[in-house]
Design a protein around this ligand. Structure first.
Ligand code: AHG
Ligand code: MN
Ligand code: MN
Length: 358
Protein backbone atom coordinates (compact mmCIF):
# COMPACT_ATOMS: atom_id res chain seq x y z
CA UNK A 1 0.00 0.00 0.00
CA UNK A 2 1.26 3.50 -0.84
CA UNK A 3 2.05 5.52 2.26
CA UNK A 4 -0.48 8.35 2.76
CA UNK A 5 1.09 11.79 2.73
CA UNK A 6 0.32 14.79 4.86
CA UNK A 7 -2.13 17.06 3.03
CA UNK A 8 -3.52 14.31 0.80
CA UNK A 9 -7.24 14.32 0.08
CA UNK A 10 -9.35 13.03 3.02
CA UNK A 11 -10.77 10.24 0.84
CA UNK A 12 -7.26 8.90 0.19
CA UNK A 13 -6.49 9.12 3.90
CA UNK A 14 -9.65 7.29 4.90
CA UNK A 15 -8.95 4.53 2.37
CA UNK A 16 -5.52 4.14 3.91
CA UNK A 17 -7.07 4.12 7.38
CA UNK A 18 -9.63 1.49 6.47
CA UNK A 19 -6.86 -0.83 5.26
CA UNK A 20 -4.80 -0.58 8.39
CA UNK A 21 -5.43 -3.34 10.82
CA UNK A 22 -2.92 -3.12 13.64
CA UNK A 23 -2.44 -0.60 16.42
CA UNK A 24 1.08 0.25 15.32
CA UNK A 25 -0.16 0.91 11.77
CA UNK A 26 -3.00 3.07 13.08
CA UNK A 27 -0.59 5.14 15.17
CA UNK A 28 1.79 5.45 12.21
CA UNK A 29 -0.93 6.76 9.89
CA UNK A 30 -2.50 9.09 12.47
CA UNK A 31 0.85 10.61 13.35
CA UNK A 32 1.59 11.18 9.64
CA UNK A 33 -1.71 13.02 9.35
CA UNK A 34 -1.14 15.10 12.46
CA UNK A 35 2.48 16.10 12.39
CA UNK A 36 2.33 17.55 15.90
CA UNK A 37 1.82 13.95 17.12
CA UNK A 38 4.75 12.39 15.21
CA UNK A 39 6.92 12.04 18.30
CA UNK A 40 4.20 10.06 20.04
CA UNK A 41 5.01 7.01 17.89
CA UNK A 42 7.81 5.63 20.09
CA UNK A 43 5.80 6.42 23.23
CA UNK A 44 2.81 4.48 21.88
CA UNK A 45 5.08 1.58 20.89
CA UNK A 46 6.25 1.51 24.51
CA UNK A 47 2.70 1.49 25.86
CA UNK A 48 1.69 -1.26 23.43
CA UNK A 49 4.61 -3.37 24.53
CA UNK A 50 3.86 -2.72 28.23
CA UNK A 51 0.24 -3.83 27.76
CA UNK A 52 1.42 -7.03 26.08
CA UNK A 53 3.83 -7.70 28.93
CA UNK A 54 1.32 -6.94 31.70
CA UNK A 55 -1.31 -9.11 29.95
CA UNK A 56 1.10 -12.04 30.13
CA UNK A 57 1.86 -11.37 33.80
CA UNK A 58 -1.85 -11.15 34.66
CA UNK A 59 -2.54 -14.50 32.96
CA UNK A 60 0.33 -16.18 34.81
CA UNK A 61 -0.05 -14.42 38.16
CA UNK A 62 -1.18 -17.48 40.15
CA UNK A 63 1.16 -19.99 38.48
CA UNK A 64 4.19 -17.74 38.76
CA UNK A 65 3.30 -16.89 42.37
CA UNK A 66 3.24 -13.17 41.72
CA UNK A 67 -0.32 -12.72 42.98
CA UNK A 68 -0.64 -11.37 46.52
CA UNK A 69 0.84 -8.60 48.62
CA UNK A 70 4.10 -6.76 48.05
CA UNK A 71 6.42 -6.96 51.07
CA UNK A 72 5.86 -9.14 54.14
CA UNK A 73 2.68 -7.53 55.41
CA UNK A 74 1.91 -5.60 52.25
CA UNK A 75 3.74 -2.34 51.57
CA UNK A 76 1.64 0.81 51.35
CA UNK A 77 1.65 3.21 48.44
CA UNK A 78 1.56 6.98 48.98
CA UNK A 79 -2.22 6.86 49.32
CA UNK A 80 -2.11 4.36 52.17
CA UNK A 81 -3.36 1.54 49.96
CA UNK A 82 -1.80 -1.89 50.22
CA UNK A 83 0.39 -2.65 47.20
CA UNK A 84 0.24 -5.97 45.41
CA UNK A 85 3.29 -7.56 43.78
CA UNK A 86 1.51 -7.03 40.48
CA UNK A 87 0.98 -3.29 41.17
CA UNK A 88 4.73 -2.89 41.54
CA UNK A 89 5.66 -5.06 38.55
CA UNK A 90 3.16 -3.31 36.25
CA UNK A 91 4.40 0.07 37.48
CA UNK A 92 8.02 -0.75 36.64
CA UNK A 93 7.14 -2.14 33.22
CA UNK A 94 5.11 0.95 32.26
CA UNK A 95 7.64 3.48 33.51
CA UNK A 96 10.43 1.80 31.55
CA UNK A 97 8.31 1.35 28.40
CA UNK A 98 6.77 4.82 28.28
CA UNK A 99 10.12 6.54 28.69
CA UNK A 100 10.92 6.68 24.97
CA UNK A 101 14.42 8.21 24.77
CA UNK A 102 14.29 11.93 24.07
CA UNK A 103 10.48 12.01 23.88
CA UNK A 104 9.16 11.61 27.41
CA UNK A 105 10.25 13.93 30.20
CA UNK A 106 8.69 12.20 33.18
CA UNK A 107 5.91 9.85 34.20
CA UNK A 108 3.60 10.07 37.22
CA UNK A 109 2.06 6.89 38.57
CA UNK A 110 -0.50 5.88 41.16
CA UNK A 111 2.21 3.78 42.78
CA UNK A 112 4.87 6.50 43.16
CA UNK A 113 4.66 9.49 45.49
CA UNK A 114 6.53 11.77 43.06
CA UNK A 115 6.91 11.65 39.28
CA UNK A 116 9.79 9.60 37.91
CA UNK A 117 12.12 11.43 35.52
CA UNK A 118 12.88 9.47 32.37
CA UNK A 119 16.48 10.66 32.46
CA UNK A 120 16.77 8.64 35.70
CA UNK A 121 14.93 5.61 34.29
CA UNK A 122 17.18 5.66 31.20
CA UNK A 123 20.25 6.67 33.24
CA UNK A 124 21.06 9.43 30.78
CA UNK A 125 20.58 13.08 31.72
CA UNK A 126 20.33 14.03 28.04
CA UNK A 127 17.06 12.16 27.63
CA UNK A 128 14.54 14.88 28.33
CA UNK A 129 11.46 14.95 26.16
CA UNK A 130 8.53 17.20 25.40
CA UNK A 131 5.86 14.86 26.80
CA UNK A 132 4.78 13.79 30.26
CA UNK A 133 2.78 10.66 31.04
CA UNK A 134 0.37 9.71 33.80
CA UNK A 135 -0.76 6.17 34.54
CA UNK A 136 -2.52 3.75 36.80
CA UNK A 137 -0.41 0.66 36.07
CA UNK A 138 -2.87 -1.88 37.41
CA UNK A 139 -6.44 -0.75 37.95
CA UNK A 140 -8.68 -2.97 40.05
CA UNK A 141 -5.72 -4.95 41.38
CA UNK A 142 -7.89 -6.41 44.16
CA UNK A 143 -9.45 -8.53 41.37
CA UNK A 144 -6.19 -10.39 40.66
CA UNK A 145 -6.54 -13.27 43.13
CA UNK A 146 -10.09 -13.96 41.95
CA UNK A 147 -8.98 -14.06 38.30
CA UNK A 148 -11.26 -11.16 37.42
CA UNK A 149 -10.57 -8.29 34.98
CA UNK A 150 -7.97 -5.63 35.69
CA UNK A 151 -6.63 -2.82 33.54
CA UNK A 152 -4.04 -0.13 32.85
CA UNK A 153 -4.95 3.53 32.31
CA UNK A 154 -2.66 6.11 30.68
CA UNK A 155 -2.63 9.72 29.53
CA UNK A 156 -0.06 11.85 27.70
CA UNK A 157 0.47 15.62 27.91
CA UNK A 158 2.79 17.97 26.08
CA UNK A 159 4.85 20.33 28.21
CA UNK A 160 3.27 23.77 27.74
CA UNK A 161 5.32 26.61 26.29
CA UNK A 162 5.00 29.22 29.00
CA UNK A 163 6.20 32.78 28.69
CA UNK A 164 7.63 32.99 32.14
CA UNK A 165 9.64 35.91 33.34
CA UNK A 166 13.22 34.85 34.14
CA UNK A 167 12.71 35.40 37.87
CA UNK A 168 9.63 33.14 38.01
CA UNK A 169 10.54 29.54 38.62
CA UNK A 170 9.34 26.96 36.16
CA UNK A 171 7.16 24.29 37.75
CA UNK A 172 8.78 20.98 36.83
CA UNK A 173 5.38 19.31 36.90
CA UNK A 174 3.58 21.91 34.81
CA UNK A 175 2.66 19.40 32.10
CA UNK A 176 0.55 17.15 34.32
CA UNK A 177 -0.89 20.04 36.32
CA UNK A 178 -2.90 21.08 33.25
CA UNK A 179 -6.64 20.31 33.01
CA UNK A 180 -7.49 17.00 31.35
CA UNK A 181 -8.80 18.92 28.33
CA UNK A 182 -5.10 19.40 27.42
CA UNK A 183 -4.44 15.65 27.13
CA UNK A 184 -2.94 14.75 23.75
CA UNK A 185 -3.78 11.10 24.03
CA UNK A 186 -5.26 8.67 26.48
CA UNK A 187 -6.29 5.07 26.67
CA UNK A 188 -6.58 1.89 28.65
CA UNK A 189 -5.72 -1.78 28.38
CA UNK A 190 -8.30 -4.20 29.66
CA UNK A 191 -7.00 -7.60 30.75
CA UNK A 192 -10.16 -9.67 30.74
CA UNK A 193 -11.47 -12.50 28.58
CA UNK A 194 -9.56 -10.69 25.83
CA UNK A 195 -6.80 -8.13 26.08
CA UNK A 196 -8.22 -4.93 24.60
CA UNK A 197 -6.41 -1.62 24.14
CA UNK A 198 -8.72 1.38 23.65
CA UNK A 199 -7.07 4.57 22.46
CA UNK A 200 -7.83 8.15 21.55
CA UNK A 201 -5.36 10.53 19.96
CA UNK A 202 -8.05 13.21 20.01
CA UNK A 203 -9.56 11.93 16.74
CA UNK A 204 -12.21 9.50 17.97
CA UNK A 205 -11.88 6.28 19.94
CA UNK A 206 -10.65 2.97 18.57
CA UNK A 207 -10.46 -0.50 20.14
CA UNK A 208 -7.71 -3.03 19.39
CA UNK A 209 -7.65 -6.67 20.51
CA UNK A 210 -4.48 -8.69 21.15
CA UNK A 211 -4.61 -11.59 18.69
CA UNK A 212 -2.36 -13.92 20.72
CA UNK A 213 0.04 -13.64 23.68
CA UNK A 214 2.89 -11.40 22.55
CA UNK A 215 1.13 -10.79 19.21
CA UNK A 216 -0.39 -7.79 17.47
CA UNK A 217 -3.21 -5.54 18.61
CA UNK A 218 -5.78 -5.73 15.78
CA UNK A 219 -8.27 -2.93 15.10
CA UNK A 220 -11.52 -4.63 16.10
CA UNK A 221 -13.68 -1.70 17.22
CA UNK A 222 -13.09 1.33 14.96
CA UNK A 223 -14.83 4.62 15.80
CA UNK A 224 -16.43 3.54 19.07
CA UNK A 225 -19.53 5.62 19.92
CA UNK A 226 -21.26 5.38 23.27
CA UNK A 227 -25.06 5.03 23.01
CA UNK A 228 -26.86 8.24 24.06
CA UNK A 229 -28.83 6.27 26.66
CA UNK A 230 -27.85 3.02 28.37
CA UNK A 231 -29.49 0.28 30.37
CA UNK A 232 -26.89 -0.38 33.05
CA UNK A 233 -25.17 1.44 35.89
CA UNK A 234 -21.91 0.52 37.62
CA UNK A 235 -21.58 1.83 41.17
CA UNK A 236 -20.54 0.43 44.55
CA UNK A 237 -23.99 0.33 46.11
CA UNK A 238 -22.51 -0.86 49.41
CA UNK A 239 -21.77 2.81 50.13
CA UNK A 240 -25.26 4.07 49.29
CA UNK A 241 -25.99 4.94 52.95
CA UNK A 242 -23.10 7.47 52.73
CA UNK A 243 -24.17 9.27 49.50
CA UNK A 244 -25.75 12.69 49.34
CA UNK A 245 -29.55 12.36 49.01
CA UNK A 246 -29.61 13.58 45.40
CA UNK A 247 -27.23 10.83 44.31
CA UNK A 248 -29.48 8.29 46.03
CA UNK A 249 -32.43 9.80 44.15
CA UNK A 250 -30.52 9.67 40.83
CA UNK A 251 -29.74 5.97 41.26
CA UNK A 252 -33.38 5.30 42.19
CA UNK A 253 -34.50 6.98 38.94
CA UNK A 254 -31.92 5.00 36.94
CA UNK A 255 -33.25 1.72 38.35
CA UNK A 256 -36.87 2.56 37.66
CA UNK A 257 -36.23 4.35 34.36
CA UNK A 258 -38.01 7.41 35.72
CA UNK A 259 -37.89 10.67 33.76
CA UNK A 260 -38.41 11.67 30.14
CA UNK A 261 -36.73 9.23 27.75
CA UNK A 262 -35.21 7.22 30.60
CA UNK A 263 -35.34 3.41 30.71
CA UNK A 264 -34.81 0.98 33.63
CA UNK A 265 -31.10 0.34 34.26
CA UNK A 266 -29.69 -2.88 35.70
CA UNK A 267 -26.63 -3.05 37.99
CA UNK A 268 -23.32 -4.36 36.62
CA UNK A 269 -20.21 -3.79 38.76
CA UNK A 270 -16.82 -5.44 38.27
CA UNK A 271 -14.93 -3.22 40.74
CA UNK A 272 -12.25 -2.24 38.21
CA UNK A 273 -12.88 1.13 36.58
CA UNK A 274 -11.35 0.03 33.27
CA UNK A 275 -13.69 -2.96 32.98
CA UNK A 276 -16.74 -1.05 34.18
CA UNK A 277 -16.16 1.97 31.93
CA UNK A 278 -15.36 -0.30 28.97
CA UNK A 279 -18.75 -1.99 29.30
CA UNK A 280 -20.42 1.43 29.57
CA UNK A 281 -18.55 2.57 26.45
CA UNK A 282 -19.71 -0.48 24.51
CA UNK A 283 -23.28 -0.83 25.82
CA UNK A 284 -24.12 2.62 27.19
CA UNK A 285 -25.04 3.56 30.75
CA UNK A 286 -23.25 5.11 33.71
CA UNK A 287 -20.15 4.40 35.79
CA UNK A 288 -20.06 6.39 39.01
CA UNK A 289 -17.87 6.72 42.07
CA UNK A 290 -19.58 9.49 44.07
CA UNK A 291 -18.31 11.24 47.16
CA UNK A 292 -19.46 9.92 50.52
CA UNK A 293 -19.94 11.48 53.94
CA UNK A 294 -16.50 10.26 55.03
CA UNK A 295 -14.76 10.74 51.64
CA UNK A 296 -16.39 13.73 49.89
CA UNK A 297 -14.11 13.36 46.84
CA UNK A 298 -14.74 9.63 46.49
CA UNK A 299 -11.92 7.31 45.52
CA UNK A 300 -11.06 7.84 41.86
CA UNK A 301 -7.86 9.81 41.18
CA UNK A 302 -8.14 12.79 38.82
CA UNK A 303 -4.84 12.60 36.97
CA UNK A 304 -4.46 8.97 36.03
CA UNK A 305 -7.99 7.56 36.32
CA UNK A 306 -10.71 10.20 35.86
CA UNK A 307 -9.04 12.40 33.21
CA UNK A 308 -7.92 9.75 30.69
CA UNK A 309 -11.27 7.94 30.99
CA UNK A 310 -13.14 11.23 30.59
CA UNK A 311 -11.23 12.10 27.41
CA UNK A 312 -12.06 8.68 25.95
CA UNK A 313 -15.74 8.83 26.86
CA UNK A 314 -16.16 12.40 25.60
CA UNK A 315 -14.37 11.48 22.37
CA UNK A 316 -16.92 8.67 21.99
CA UNK A 317 -19.84 11.09 22.44
CA UNK A 318 -20.46 10.69 26.18
CA UNK A 319 -20.08 12.98 29.19
CA UNK A 320 -18.03 12.96 32.39
CA UNK A 321 -18.67 15.15 35.41
CA UNK A 322 -18.21 15.47 39.14
CA UNK A 323 -21.96 16.12 39.06
CA UNK A 324 -21.39 19.87 39.10
CA UNK A 325 -18.29 20.40 36.91
CA UNK A 326 -16.89 18.83 33.76
CA UNK A 327 -14.02 16.57 34.87
CA UNK A 328 -11.76 17.67 31.97
CA UNK A 329 -12.03 21.34 33.06
CA UNK A 330 -10.69 20.76 36.58
CA UNK A 331 -7.32 22.36 37.31
CA UNK A 332 -5.28 19.76 39.22
CA UNK A 333 -3.94 20.68 42.63
CA UNK A 334 -2.06 17.48 43.44
CA UNK A 335 -0.78 14.37 41.69
CA UNK A 336 -2.92 11.99 43.71
CA UNK A 337 -6.04 14.14 44.25
CA UNK A 338 -9.40 12.39 44.09
CA UNK A 339 -12.65 13.47 42.43
CA UNK A 340 -16.25 12.26 42.49
CA UNK A 341 -17.10 10.99 39.00
CA UNK A 342 -20.20 10.18 36.93
CA UNK A 343 -19.28 9.12 33.41
CA UNK A 344 -21.16 7.58 30.52
CA UNK A 345 -24.07 8.04 28.11
CA UNK A 346 -24.90 11.66 27.35
CA UNK A 347 -28.61 11.55 28.25
CA UNK A 348 -28.03 9.52 31.41
CA UNK A 349 -25.43 12.02 32.65
CA UNK A 350 -27.55 15.04 31.67
CA UNK A 351 -30.31 13.70 33.96
CA UNK A 352 -27.89 13.83 36.89
CA UNK A 353 -26.76 17.35 36.04
CA UNK A 354 -30.40 18.52 35.91
CA UNK A 355 -31.20 16.87 39.22
CA UNK A 356 -28.19 18.44 40.97
CA UNK A 357 -29.10 21.89 39.61
CA UNK A 358 -32.56 21.89 41.22
P1 AHG B 1 -6.86 0.67 41.94
O1 AHG B 1 -6.87 -0.82 41.97
O2 AHG B 1 -6.03 1.23 40.82
O3 AHG B 1 -6.55 1.31 43.26
O4 AHG B 1 -8.30 1.19 41.51
C1 AHG B 1 -9.45 0.60 42.03
C2 AHG B 1 -10.57 1.58 41.87
C3 AHG B 1 -11.34 1.46 40.58
O5 AHG B 1 -10.78 0.74 39.59
C4 AHG B 1 -12.63 0.81 40.97
O6 AHG B 1 -13.69 1.27 40.20
C5 AHG B 1 -12.77 1.14 42.39
O7 AHG B 1 -11.48 1.27 42.90
C6 AHG B 1 -13.49 0.08 43.15
O8 AHG B 1 -13.56 0.49 44.46
P2 AHG B 1 -14.61 -0.15 45.47
O9 AHG B 1 -14.08 -1.50 45.80
O10 AHG B 1 -14.61 0.80 46.63
O11 AHG B 1 -15.94 -0.22 44.78
MN1 MN C 1 -7.35 2.40 39.57
MN1 MN D 1 -3.97 0.85 40.39
Amino acid sequence: MDEPKVGEEPSVMSQALSKQKTLSRYVEVETWKHRELTDLQPVMRGIESACRGIATLVRRAQCDEIAGLHGNDGDMNVQGEVQKVMDVLANNILAASMCAPGKMDYVASEEEEEPTYCSAVLQNAAFQGEYAGVFDPLDGSSNIEAGLPVGTIFGIYRRPQLNLSPERERDPLEAIMQPGSKLLASGYCLYGGQTILVLTLGQGVHGFTLNKPGGDFILTQPNMRIPARGQLYAINEGSSHLWEPKVTEYVRRLKLGEGEGNVPHRTAYVGAMVADVHRVLVEGGVYAYPGTVDAPNGKIRLLYEANPMSMLVEQAGGLSTTGRQRILDLKPTGIHQRVPIFIGSKEDIKDLQALLKD
